[in-house]
Design a protein around this ligand. Structure first.
Ligand SMILES: *Cc1c(COP(=O)(O)O)cnc(C)c1O
Length: 380
């Protein structure tokens, strides 16, 4: 099956009792048993498994080309579950530009866990390899990153992690499997904030892990079952419904993204534009190699360099909504330093290039003329 068919049919079958084409929202916690320990069907208790969640998990495995998908109550719950594979003394090497909540999880929640986190520029493969030792158990990469659109070369990193027998996980939230398939490029695990493009309608908080190896997927399912960060049936239904139009939406996000980038690149008030589709973007070559297109996420800074200009601009947008999050059908604008990345200490943030005049746009699927007119009036 090709990808555009998989998003609709991958892992799916009609409901056996009624023939319903979409799985019903099985809003149930438990399932009848015929005799103690002998459930009537395949299910016992919804923390372990629920048919609506199962349908979503099978769809997730299908679209990412993995052996098993797991759906969580949020993206961070998915990442937290993955970290439970490791024990005190184990070391994790992470890219130095991460989603703020992931950074907070690694550096604050797991501070006293005995796990050791290293943060490194994953494009400096020598610096990365210098950190590897016998305790290294996981490499964690986000590509493209949020909000500066840095990339990491998934295939090049996978070659190294394979050699050292280290697990390699990729946060594929920004790219989605429509644009990039980390498991095909050699990664072991894909993580998603399904809150973003997979759900696609800004109506649900959800997360996912897709695992290439069946045994590791089963181990992670046990951890998910034992800790309980599962996704509810209604939310599972919403994400599954979202996935069915993923290919259409992301295609339009990309088209609109290109046009917004062209507009910003030619605008006198704009200084830098961060978008992997730009030929002078430092990671354009990697983007072309591992992504089908360049997505709908765009960041930019102001010529004035003034944070006040970014704030004034964000107070003026009308079609774009000033809000956290991304990846929904509606266009959103965000001030990383004061919003999504406020949890990162100021010195770390500034050193990483997240300046006060940086604005991040999640370009939606509205009519491009309305989006450009909105940006223009906000600049004025
Ligand atoms: C939003 C986001 C997360 C966290 O996901 P939640 O669903 O908010 O828990 C992780 N990584 C990236 C890249 C994100 O954008």
């Amino acid at each position: 099956m090709k990808f555009n068919t998989k998003v609709i049919h991958g892992g799916q079958h009609h409901e056996p009792v009624t023939g319903a084409v979409m799985p019903p929202v099985f809003q149930t916690s438990t399932y009848a048993q015929a005799s103690p320990g002998k459930p009537v069907g395949d299910y016992e208790y919804s923390r372990a498994a629920n048919p609506t969640r199962q349908a979503l998990e099978d769809a997730l495995a299908s679209i990412e080309n993995g052996a098993r998908g797991l759906a969580f109550a949020s993206g961070l719950a998915a990442t937290d579950c993955l970290l439970r594979l490791f024990k005190a003394g184990d070391e994790i090497i992470a890219m130095d530009d991460l989603y703020g909540g992931t950074y907070r999880l690694f550096t604050r929640l797991y501070k006293d866990s005995g796990l050791k986190f290293h943060f490194v520029d994953m494009n400096d493969l020598d610096a990365f390899q210098a950190l590897i030792n016998e305790n290294t158990k996981l490499v964690w990469v986000e590509t493209p990153t949020n909000p500066l659109m840095k990339l990491a070369d998934i295939a090049a990193i996978a070659e190294i992690t394979k050699k050292h027998n280290i697990l390699f996980a990729v946060d594929n939230t920004f790219a989605t499997p429509y644009l990039q398939k980390p498991l095909d490029l050699g990664a072991d695990i894909v993580m998603h904030s399904a809150t973003k493009y997979l759900g696609g309608h800004s109506d649900v908080i959800a997360g996912a892990l897709v695992i290439k190896d069946k045994a590791l997927g089963d181990e992670l399912h046990f951890k998910q079952f034992a800790t309980g960060g599962t996704l509810g049936p209604m939310d599972s239904y919403l994400v599954l419904r979202g996935i069915k139009t993923l290919h259409l939406r992301v295609q339009r996000h990309c088209e609109n993204g290109h046009k917004v980038v062209e507009f910003l690149s030619n605008h006198p008030a704009v200084d830098q534009v961060f978008y992997p589709g730009l030929p002078d973007h430092p990671f354009h070559a990697i983007a072309k190699k591992q992504m089908r297109d360049f997505g709908g996420m765009v960041s930019f800074t102001f010529k004035s360099g003034k944070g006040e200009d970014a704030i004034a601009f964000l107070e003026k947008v009308k079609v774009f909504t000033l809000a956290e999050s991304l990846g929904g059908v509606e266009s959103l604008a965000n001030h990383p330093a004061l919003m999504t990345h406020a949890s990162i200490p100021e010195n770390v943030r500034k050193a990483g290039g997240i300046s006060d005049d940086l604005v991040r746009l999640s370009v939606g699927v509205e009519d491009i003329d309305d989006l450009l007119a909105d940006l223009e009036q906000a600049f004025r």
